[in-house]
Each structure stands twice: as C-alpha cells, then as structure tokens.
Design a protein around this ligand. Structure first.
Ligand code: FES
Ligand SMILES: [Fe+2]
Length: 417
C-alpha cells in the first residue's frame, strides 16, 4: 500500500488518508505499535501502590498500574479469556487484584493472570485442562517510560530511549511543565467524528488559532500579531506553537485583522474579565505553549489552564480527545479556582476548543467523496521544514506528515525530512 503524495514536501495531503480503513489498520501497527512512544498518563494519577488509570495506545486499551513494590506497569486491558476489557473505570485504587467482570478471571497489579474460577472443575467435572499454563496467558505488557512524571508506553523493543525520542525540544518542554509536583484537577472527554490525524494536524496549525477561535482573537489570548512562533524537534515529529503575552497592541491587531471576513475585534465585550486573567508563572514568559508529542498527545498551556490531551483513535472516522487538567501541588486554593475558571476555554464545551471539534468534523464530511483530491498546506512557505519566528504558518503539519510517512514506509520519492 502507498500514499500518492502530489509533492515531496508534504504541502499536499491526499484526502484518502483520512478515510481509508486499510490505511487505518496499518497505522495501528506501524505507528501505534511501531517504533514510537505514546503518551499514557501522568505519574501523579497513580501515586500509590494499587492505583491504576486506564488509557489507550492507538485503539488498544491499556492499564497503567502501580504494584505493591511501587513499580509502574502498563499492560493491554484485555482479558486473556475471551477478550473483555478487564478494567472499566477511568482510574481508581485496586486493593487486591483486577477482576474481569465476565467470568472473574483475576490479574495482579503487575498485569499477570493469577486466577481462573473453576479452573480445576467441580467434583471432578469440567474445568480447564490440567496443563493449562497461566503464565503463558498474561496480557501483553508494554515498555513504560517515566519522564519527569509523564508516562509513555511502547509495544516496540526497538523504540529508542525516551530521552532520544523526545529530543532536546521534547525533554525541555516536559521539564518546563513538570518543574514541580503537579495536582490533577479533573478530566474531560470529547468524541469527534473525524479521523485522528485531523486532530494531530489541528494541534500543529498555528494559522487557524486566531481565525477559527473568535474568543482568542477578540480578547487577545492568541493573535497572529503576538510575538511567537513554531518550534520542532530535529525530526519534526514533535512541535510547538508559542506566544508571549501582551506582546502586541490593540491597534496592531485591529490593523492586521481589518477586512478579514467574520473576525470583528470589537464585536463582544466580557462583563466579567476573570476568565481572561493571566498570572505569569513560567520563567520563559509564555502565555501560550502547546508542545505536541508524536503521535498522540499535547501538553497545553493557555494562560493558566494547564492540561494534557490524548488522541484516542476510534476507527477511521472518529477519535476521542481525553483531557487531563492539572495544576501544582503548591497552588493555593484560590489559584486552583483560577485555573478552573481559565479551563472554561478548553474541553468539549470550551470557549476555544469547541470549535476545533467542529472544524474537524466538517473536513471529514466534506472530503469523504473527494479522496482523489488533496488539501493545501503552504502557509508559511514550501520547501524545508523549519522553525519559524512568526505565527502565520502551518509548517509543523508538514513535519507531522514527514515522520508519519517514514514510520508507515510511505514516503514520496525524495521526500524531505
Ligand atoms: S472474558 Fe474475562 S473472564 Fe471471561
Ligand atoms: Fe484550535
């Protein structure tokens, strides 16, 4: 199977990549079970022995669990018996072992099969064959890496060490967010009827932020006129859009957006400004930082709202965005409240995030019958994929595709990296 790339710099993306079920199946193998690391959860969600959190790698359900000796484990959340999901809660604490509800097979906190009801039958009748070997039927384990409290998993023995995978850019950004112990504030989930890669593109699309998101541009949270830009790792798989707060003026913005249909900077006024309040808290002075981690995650700061978002593919036509909101352990109660107010910007009904779901769904719908055609990804220029000190660009989208193609073995001839 190949992808017919019209150009070798990924500035044309064939619409078939969002709709082809065969390609989707290959992605689950070559991307999500290939040589890359997927974001799983935060260590702060499983602080004590017995704690667990369910998560996904591609469309494979996974449990992250802390065993009694304090070690962290990740294993496929599928019963070795007849395939039911073993753990069904989002997160929790397990006193003794994990029990599959269907026929009550038991699994240790390390993910080993340790109990089978009626294994020896009843009064000499039934039961499993005498040579049934429980050890041969543990759920598949993943390699797990804990990088400064962010947990990643991989099915591959050949995946590079996590530090190398994240690179200087990725490790630096994780250290930025995880510079002190975090506190989990809550979760949101959102089902979007669109291919998962449309979300991955959206996260790398600086261009749309101040055009689609009227709230951003009207209230100056994120505008193209702010100082900022895009950064990527060397292989262009992870990337970030960033901006400095208060680095533009109202008149600069008014000039820049004058004449753009549908964008009116003075259309709305907030009678309560609390939601816009921003308290500088990072040494780098950014009010917006959005490092993405190929293939499935972003850690995102919009003002003082902090969260991770995980992309969970649900078949070729849908994905779920699972968001984990966090603050810091040493936040005052008042600061936590402030973070939760800022969090009204994000999530399924968020004043900003809501529109991303809609944008993705209208792309999915409108391209369904146009699979021989392609999108245009030229904003910010053609040719080399590089870091930029401005925000009128979608170059990181081409970076995403270049690495995706490499993993899939579907690079165009002379494909740029
Ligand atoms: S499917 Fe889990 S015990 Fe039967
Ligand atoms: Fe967006």
């Amino acid at each position: 199977m190949t992808v017919d790339w019209p150009r070798n710099d990924y500035s044309r993306v064939p619409f078939s990549v969002y709709h082809d079920p065969e390609l989707y199946t290959l992605e689950m193998e070559r991307v999500f079970r290939g040589n890359c690391w997927s974001y799983l959860a935060f260590e702060a969600e499983v602080p004590n022995p017995g704690d667990f959190r369910t998560t996904w790698v591609g469309d494979t359900p996974v449990v992250v669990s802390r065993s009694d000796d304090g070690q962290l484990h990740a294993f496929v959340n599928r019963c070795s018996h007849r395939g039911a999901q073993i753990v069904r809660e989002v997160s929790g604490h397990c006193k003794t072992d994990h029990v599959c509800i269907y026929h009550r097979w038991c699994y240790s906190k390390k993910g080993e099969l340790i109990g089978v009801p009626f294994r020896r039958g009843l009064q000499g009748q039934g039961g499993m064959p005498a040579d049934f070997d429980m050890q041969a039927h543990h759920p598949k384990a993943l390699r797990l890496a804990n990088y400064h409290g962010v947990l990643f998993g991989t099915f591959s023995d050949a995946a590079e060490p996590i530090e190398t995978y994240l690179g200087e850019f990725g490790t630096g950004m994780i250290k930025r967010f995880m510079h002190k112990p975090i506190k989990i504030l809550g979760y949101t989930r959102q089902l979007i009827e669109g291919n998962w890669k449309l979300y991955a593109e959206n996260l790398r699309d600086t261009y749309h932020a101040s055009l689609l998101h009227e709230f951003f541009v009207t209230y100056g949270v994120d505008r193209a006129t702010q100082k900022g830009g895009v950064r990527m790792d060397e292989r262009h798989r992870h990337n970030m859009n960033y901006a400095f707060s208060n680095s533009d003026t109202q008149s600069q913005a008014e000039q820049a957006y004058a004449g753009i249909s549908g964008v009116e900077l003075d259309r709305m006024r907030l009678s309560d400004q609390k939601i816009l309040a921003y308290r500088p808290e990072f040494a780098d002075g950014l009010n917006l930082a959005t490092p993405t981690f190929f293939p499935n995650a972003i850690i995102i700061q919009i003002n003082n709202s902090l969260s991770s978002r995980q992309i969970r593919p649900k078949g070729v036509n849908a994905h779920e965005i699972f968001q984990t909101l966090f603050g810091y352990e040493d936040d005052t109660e008042e600061m936590t409240r402030h973070r939760l107010i800022s969090a009204n910007l994000v999530g399924p009904a968020g004043l900003v995030s809501m529109e991303d779901g809609e944008a993705i769904e209208i792309v999915q719908k409108a391209t369904r019958r146009e699979t021989a055609s392609h999108s245009l990804v030229e904003m910010g220029g053609l040719g080399p994929i590089q870091n930029l000190e401005h925000r009128v660009t979608e170059t990181p989208i081409r970076g995403f595709w270049s690495y995706w193609s490499e993993l899939m073995g579907m690079e165009p001839e002379g494909g740029i990296r």
